[in-house]
Design a protein around this ligand. Structure first.
Ligand SMILES: CC(=O)[C@@H](O)[C@H](O)COP(=O)(O)O
Ligand SMILES: NCC(=O)COP(=O)(O)O
Length: 277
């Protein structure tokens, strides 16, 4: 069977001839219509643990509970400052997670080396600065092509599917496509922070950026700041394949537990794509 985005997402393999394949775009469309993949980011389980520099709560256990709640993938961001996820977490997660692993990192030599050794399903390159409270924007692929291309190649040479965290800007999407990545993850922070009046505009930006990805036949992902009340319009965007959500799920998990918090988000996403919705 020729490997295609659907086959890729289940096996983590890459369809080398996707560019010329006439089946892939069709199957990718079918999959995007049928289901949204939920990547659960467990960073902020580790934030609580690091508040005391202790052993609990353990993001590894949270990942297992997230899987039981219906996560299609586990996302973790090994920051250069190690403010939350630790190298130890990566080592154990790679031995215990049974769904897709999505390793977020800056284009930095040390974390790239760790990722290439760990060999997660996906590597998501994100911008990073020590002073930021959280990720503030997307990668500037248009103006930083060389450094990003080198990081993408290192991951691809290790057999890792690659994605770039970018602002919803068609030029950034096209620059990402030109680097040969397997997906782009659109930064939904501005959408999440938008007022009722500007949210429609932000959604339109996400949709127009997503159109470039769709036409190029690469996977369309989104994340940052999504929560139970604002996720549906983003999930409903044409050909949206995967959402990565962390802070809001972990916040809900503090009240109802990780498994239930993930299951609640799963139910919302399934309603968005079910024929009855
Ligand atoms: C890129 C992104 O939005 C998240 O995946 C990121 O990992 C947020 O985590 P921080 O809270 O560490 O910025
Ligand atoms: N890449 C986005 C992600 O993994 C989760 O971001 P957030 O939901 O914690 O803001």
């Amino acid at each position: 069977m020729a490997e295609c985005p659907i086959w890729d997402s289940f096996t983590g393999s890459v369809h080398a001839e996707r560019k010329r394949c006439i089946v892939c775009p069709f199957l990718s469309n079918v999959k995007a219509i049928l289901m949204i993949e939920l990547g659960v980011n467990i960073d902020h389980i580790a934030t609580v643990r690091q508040a005391r520099r202790t052993y609990e709560p353990d993001p590894v256990i949270a990942a297992g509970l997230a899987e039981q709640g219906g996560a299609d993938g586990i996302t973790f961001h090994l920051r250069e400052d190690r403010r939350h996820i630790q190298d130890r977490d990566i080592e154990i997660l790679m031995k215990t997670v049974t769904v897709k692993t999505n390793f977020e990192m800056a284009c930095a030599d040390d974390v790239l080396s760790i990722a290439c050794n760990a060999k997660p399903s996906w590597g998501l390159l994100v911008p990073e600065s020590r002073q930021e409270i959280t990720t503030e924007g997307g990668l500037d692929v248009v103006n930083d092509r060389g450094r990003i291309r080198d990081a993408v190649k290192r991951l691809q040479d290790s057999g890792i599917l690659t994605s770039l965290f970018i602002d919803p800007d068609p030029a950034q999407v096209q620059a990402s496509v030109d680097l040969g990545v397997d997906a782009v993850e659109l930064h939904t922070g501005p959408y999440a922070l938008a007022t009722h009046q500007t949210q429609t505009t932000e959604l339109a930006r996400l949709d127009s950026a997503g159109q470039v990805a769709r036409e190029a036949g690469i996977r369309l992902h989104a994340g940052h700041g999504l929560h139970y009340a604002n996720v549906r319009p983003v999930a409903a965007l044409a050909n949206m394949i995967e959402l990565n959500i962390g802070h809001s799920i972990v916040s809900r998990a503090l009240m109802v537990g990780m498994r239930e918090a993930v299951a609640e988000m799963r139910r919302i996403l399934d309603l968005v794509r079910s024929p009855v919705s």
